[in-house]
Design a binder for this molecule. Structure first.
Ligand SMILES: Nc1ncnc2c1ncn2[C@@H]1O[C@H](COP(=O)(O)OP(=O)(O)O)[C@@H](O)[C@H]1O
Ligand SMILES: [Mg+2]
Length: 141
């Protein structure tokens, strides 16, 4: 069963995120899936922006990882789910990390909080010392 217990899903596509080029690839894959499930242009951009921020976090803070993305269906609606996973240090204080402007690394601190606002479903699971998993979904309306 997948992260959001959707009725059905397409095949997973996986991008390993180890370099900046991989962040671009992850972004392109999400764009392609968003177009395929007919998200509006605005929603495509929202999802791609969220994915881009999450992929960058996977690389920079997670020490690299993977993105898995797929088309999903629930109650007759189509969407795209993207899951970002790393085995890095984890996030000790999730509430703090989701606060606008908070960064541990000299960034803008708007990646996680922004991503959460830009998608329809946002799930963050993390454990100190064992890694972080963020799953996001955007539904076509
Ligand atoms: N995958 C991750 N692993 C560990 N820490 C993370 C991860 N993603 C985000 N964080 C933590 O959450 C903070 C906020 O992330 P974000 O909002 O994207 O801001 P920024 O990337 O500008 O620091 C980061 O500074 C970092 O401390
Ligand atoms: Mg960030």
């Amino acid at each position: 069963m997948n992260a959001f217990e959707q009725d059905s899903e397409g095949e997973d596509e996986t991008v390993s995120i180890v370099t900046n080029d991989d962040v671009v690839r992850a972004r392109q894959l999400v764009r392609t899936l968003a177009q395929r499930c007919k998200l509006s242009l605005v929603d495509q951009t929202k999802l791609v922006t969220a994915a881009s921020e999450l992929a960058r976090n996977t690389l920079v803070y997670g020490g690299g990882g993977v993105m898995r993305a797929r088309l999903v269906q629930r109650a007759g609606k189509s969407g795209v789910t993207a899951v970002f996973e790393d085995s890095g240090p984890g996030i000790p204080d999730v509430e703090q990390a989701l606060t606008d402007g908070w960064t541990s690394g000299g960034g803008l601190g708007l990646g996680l909080s922004g991503a959460r606002r830009l998608v329809d479903d946002f799930r963050l699971e993390t454990e100190a010392g064992s890694g972080t998993r963020v799953a996001v979904t955007k539904w076509a309306r």
